[in-house]
Ligand binder design. Structure first.
Ligand SMILES: [Zn+2]
Length: 123
């Protein structure tokens, strides 16, 4: 099995590739076979992704990041801009949902790359 730390550019390049949905080993193949489903292996270099299992790990970070961003935006638009409540309740929950949907595959990719780097095995 090819490991994530064997990639040119080191671990940061592997994290960057994985955050964009690319194979953390070669940076070419696809990491996901659907929105959040990890592929069994890279179609380009053959890296094995079967051992990577992130569980609910990425969700915690998505909640923290999207929740914080939405709360800060809500407070600024309420106190600083004086938005009416109906507008606050229309914009910021939708913002949190969209940001969560964008962040979820990115953070899942980061966790998979980290697991490959540290040779995490589910046994
Ligand atoms: Zn690959």
């Amino acid at each position: 099995m090819i490991e994530a730390n064997g990639r040119k550019g080191g671990f940061l390049a592997a994290l960057g590739a994985a955050a964009l949905g690319k194979c953390p080993v070669c940076g070419q193949g696809r990491l996901f076979k659907s929105y959040l489903k990890i592929a069994d292996a890279c179609g380009v270099c053959g890296a094995d992704f079967k051992a990577a299992e992130t569980g609910d790990g990425p969700v915690v970070f998505v909640i923290l990041i999207a929740g914080f961003a939405a709360c800060v935006g809500l407070v600024i638009s309420l106190l600083g801009l004086g938005w009416p409540v109906w507008l606050l309740l229309s914009v910021w929950p939708a913002f949190a949902v969209v940001l969560s949907l964008v962040l979820m595959p990115m953070l899942k990719g980061l966790m998979v790359a980290s697991q490959l780097k540290h040779k995490v095995r589910d046994e």
